[in-house]
Design a binder for this molecule. Structure first.
Ligand SMILES: Cc1ncc(COP(=O)(O)O)c(C=O)c1O
Length: 357
C-alpha cells in the first residue's frame, strides 16, 4: 500500500486504500487557505497571463525581490525567490551537501528527502507531544551538526515554538558555527502574524524559508522565498536554474503582496473556526493538538492506529492526512485542515458518527 507522502493527493490515497473515488469529497488533507485565492489574482486580466506566458520571465525576479525585501525589512541581497519553498529547501540541501544535518521532528518530509538527495548525514530530534521546542534537547545536538532544520509554526502539529526559544537557539547555534533553517511556510496564519525575518539582519547563520502557497491558495503557481545573509543567497542563486520563477508566478506574487486585508480576514476566520471545531472535537473526547494555524492533529485518547478512522472518514467523503511518514506520529494521528464552517460541520458529524458505531 503506497500512501502519498503529502496531503492534497486524494486520488493516490483512495487508490492506495483500494477504494472508489467518492462522488463528492472534502479534502481536509490540503492545508492551504480554504477561502481560496484573492479575487485580485483570480481576476487578473487574461492579457497579463498571455504576456507572462509568451515572454521569458525576469531571471533576477527584480521587482518581486525588491517588494519582498521591503515587506520583510531586509535588503534585496538577502532575498531569494524560488519556484515554491520546495525548490529553496532543495537548494539549501544542495549547498550543504554531505554535511551533518539534524531535523526537529515531526516535520515536513521534504527536508529529509532533500538532504538525502545531497548525501547529507541526517539525524532526527523527535519532540514528544505536545511538541513544544525542547531547547535543551536541541541545544545538546547542535555542537555535532552543521545544519539544523526546524519548522515553526510546525507542519504537521500546528504548534508554534516560543519566539524567545528560537532566538536562543539561533544565537547558540551561531556560536557553535551551526546554520539554522527555519521554515515559516505558515507564519502568516498565526494570529499576530509575527515572523522572525528581521533576525536575518542580526544572525548570519539563519535561513528563513517562506511560501506563498499556503495563505494565498496558489499551490499550482509555485512561489516561495528565502531570507538569509547575502553571501549565502549569492551561493544558492548560482545553484538555481535560470528562469526558475516563471512570469505568471512573478506577476501573481506582486499582486498578492498588496493583499493585506485578505490575510487579516483569513486569519480571523480561520481562528474562529479552529477554536469552534476544537471545542466540538474535544467534547467528543478526541485529542486535538494545540495549533496556532490552519490545521491540527487529531487522535484517539489512547493514540491507537488511525487507519480504521481514516477509511471510515473517506467513505463519508472526508479526506484526512495520514501521519505514517511523520517520525514520532507513526499513524497515531490524523492531520486535518481548518475549512469553512459548513465543511467543518460535516467533519464533526462524521467524527461523531465514528464515535457511535
Ligand atoms: C512546512 C512546509 N514548508 C514548505 C512547503 C512547500 O511549500 P511550496 O508549496 O511553496 O513549495 C510545505 C508544503 O506543504 C510545507 O508544509
Amino acid at each position: 500500500m503506497l500512501l502519498p507522502n503529502h496531503g492534497a493527493n486524494p486520488k493516490q490515497l483512495i487508490e492506495a486504500l483500494g477504494k472508489q473515488m467518492p462522488y463528492h469529497f472534502i479534502d481536509f488533507s490540503e492545508n492551504t487557505n480554504p477561502f481560496g485565492s484573492p479575487a485580485a489574482v483570480t481576476q487578473l486580466p487574461i492579457v497579463d497571463f498571455t504576456k507572462a506566458m509568451t515572454h521569458y520571465p525576469d531571471p533576477h525576479v527584480t521587482e518581486l525581490t525588491s517588494k519582498l525585501a521591503q515587506k520583510n525589512d531586509v535588503s534585496e541581497n538577502k532575498v531569494l525567490v524560488g519556484n515554491g519553498a520546495a525548490e529553496l529547501i532543495f537548494l539549501i540541501a544542495n549547498f550543504f551537501q554531505r554535511k551533518r544535518v539534524a531535523i526537529v521532528e515531526p516535520a515536513f518530509s521534504e527536508y529529509l528527502d532533500a538532504c538525502q538527495a545531497f548525501e547529507c548525514t541526517v539525524t532526527s530530534i523527535v519532540l514528544p507531544p505536545p511538541w513544544q521546542l525542547d531547547l535543551n534537547l536541541v541545544l545538546s545536538a547542535i555542537c555535532d551538526i552543521d545544519v539544523l532544520f526546524l519548522c515553526s509554526p510546525n507542519n504537521p502539529t500546528g504548534v508554534r515554538y516560543e519566539l524567545a526559544d528560537i532566538i536562543d537557539l539561533v544565537d547558540e547555534a551561531e556560536k557553535q558555527g551551526t546554520y539554522v533553517v527555519l521554515d515559516e511556510a505558515f507564519y502568516d496564519f498565526s494570529e499576530d502574524g509575527y515572523g522572525l525575518h528581521r533576525l536575518v539582519n542580526q544572525f548570519s547563520n539563519l535561513l528563513i524559508v517562506r511560501s506563498l502557497t499556503k495563505m494565498f491558495a496558489i499551490a499550482g503557481i509555485r512561489l516561495g522565498y528565502l531570507l538569509a545573509n547575502a553571501d549565502l543567497i549569492e551561493e544558492l542563486k548560482k545553484r538555481q536554474p535560470t528562469w526558475s520563477v516563471n512570469g505568471i508566478a512573478q506577476q501573481v506574487g506582486l499582486t498578492l503582496l498588496k493583499e493585506v486585508s485578505f490575510v487579516q480576514q483569513t486569519v480571523l476566520n480561520i481562528h474562529q473556526e479552529r477554536r469552534r471545531v476544537t471545542r466540538l472535537l474535544k467534547d467528543l473526547d478526541y485529542f486535538v493538538s494545540d495549533s496556532a494555524v490552519n490545521f491540527y492533529l487529531l487522535a484517539e485518547r489512547d493514540r491507537r492506529d488511525t487507519m480504521p478512522m481514516l477509511v471510515f472518514l473517506l467513505e463519508k467523503g472526508i479526506i484526512a492526512r495520514h501521519t505514517y511518514n511523520f517520525n514520532g506520529l507513526n499513524g497515531g494521528y490524523l492531520r486535518l485542515a481548518v475549512k469553512n464552517s459548513e465543511c467543518n460541520d460535516q467533519l464533526v458529524d462524521a467524527l461523531s458518527a465514528w464515535r457511535k458505531q
